[in-house]
Ligand binder design. Structure first.
Ligand code: PEP
Ligand code: MG
Length: 328
């Protein structure tokens, strides 16, 4: 079906009943931006800025970061790019970042990583904020923070970026025409405080890789656990359903940027929950777009509501049956 997916490239990502589903890609390297044209995506929904840090022998200087961000924005043209601030620490340790022995962690995924580390080592965060702001001069900067666990962490990160923006203005330097702030929801606790967080946000992005790891208390990299829990488990879907409906109530756009959205049936379930933005691996754009163009979103949403309300355990089976009946 490769030819079929290739032909799909220039067709819009719209369901049979006219619902627009934004299909974006996950990226991390300069070259990844080319994939946008290749697969016909709407933008970059997750740019993992830590990749540059991980492949460097030394801490990338601000100018070097800025050059990367500008190249990515140029390649994306008028399509949006959502930059995620560094998600390092944990299992993504930097060889050049010194750690004391007493900082060694038993559970690095739940340790001093991502925004936790960035807020503590705020020199790193300030440099990155400056690089992102300067690279986006005259354009919209979409920035989001990883592993937000409590609203104050988001607020502190946002204030830090705003402070850099004000400093640039005071120096009569060019700044972005607008900054849109987002948080990643990958720590379950954050879902309980969305009423506090959402009024302060421009968008929310659900990272289902870490979220499911923390929901099931199951290491996302553990081979024995890889197949044990299903992304289509009713626990995950009910959780996501609540988050999506809360975002709708607060009129905050919500997307999913974990690997879950790159699998066709899982993506179908997400659309059935009301998710209208997916950021996925470039190779999945063709198959997922084909699915989106074939489905009736209203019918699918009614089906999902029934499955969740009735506590149907085999959602995978039910969705597969529904898709097969409609030759999707
Ligand atoms: C996630 O956790 O789902 C996510 C998108 O971020 P990463 O895979 O980089 O941790
Ligand atoms: Mg994550």
């Amino acid at each position: 079906r490769r030819a079929e997916f290739a032909a799909m490239r220039d067709l819009p990502s719209v369901t049979a009943d006219g619902q627009r589903i934004e299909l974006m890609v996950n990226a991390g390297l300069r070259e990844d931006a080319q994939a946008l044209d290749l697969v016909g995506a709407d933008g970059i929904g997750l740019f993992r800025t830590e990749f540059q840090f991980l492949v460097s022998a030394t801490l990338p200087q601000r100018e070097k970061q800025q050059r990367l961000y500008k190249d990515v924005l140029d390649a994306a043209g008028d399509r949006p790019v959502i930059f995620r601030t560094v998600d390092i620490g944990g299992d993504k340790a930097l060889p050049y970042m010194q750690r004391d022995d007493d900082e060694l962690e038993d559970n690095p995924a739940m340790g001093w990583r991502a925004l936790r580390l960035a807020l503590d080592r705020d020199g790193l965060m300030k440099a990155q904020a400056r690089a992102l702001l300067e690279a986006s001069a005259g354009k919209i900067l979409n920035i989001m923070f990883p592993m937000v666990s409590e609203p104050w962490e988001y607020e502190q990160a946002r204030a830090l970026v705003e402070h850099q923006r004000e400093w640039l203005l005071s120096q009569r330097k060019k700044v972005p025409s607008g900054v849109r702030y987002g948080a990643m929801l990958e720590v379950p606790a954050l879902a309980e405080v969305l009423d506090i967080l959402l009024p302060k946000l421009d968008f929310l992005s659900i990272g289902t890789n870490d979220l499911t790891q923390f929901l099931f208390a199951a290491d996302r990299a553990h081979p024995r656990l890889a197949e044990r829990y299903d992304w289509l488990s009713i626990a995950i879907l009910r959780f996501l359903d609540r988050v999506v409906r809360t975002c709708e109530a607060y009129q905050v756009p919500v997307g999913v940027c974990g690997e879950m959205g790159g699998r066709t049936l899982e993506a179908m379930a997400l659309v059935g929950l009301g998710v209208r933005r997916l950021s996925i691996t470039p190779a999945s754009v063709g198959p997922v777009k084909a699915m989106i163009r074939a489905i009736d979103a209203a019918e699918l949403q009614a089906l999902m509501r029934g499955l969740l309300d009735d506590g149907v355990v085999d959602v995978r089976g039910a969705l597969t049956g529904w898709a097969n009946e409609r030759a999707i």
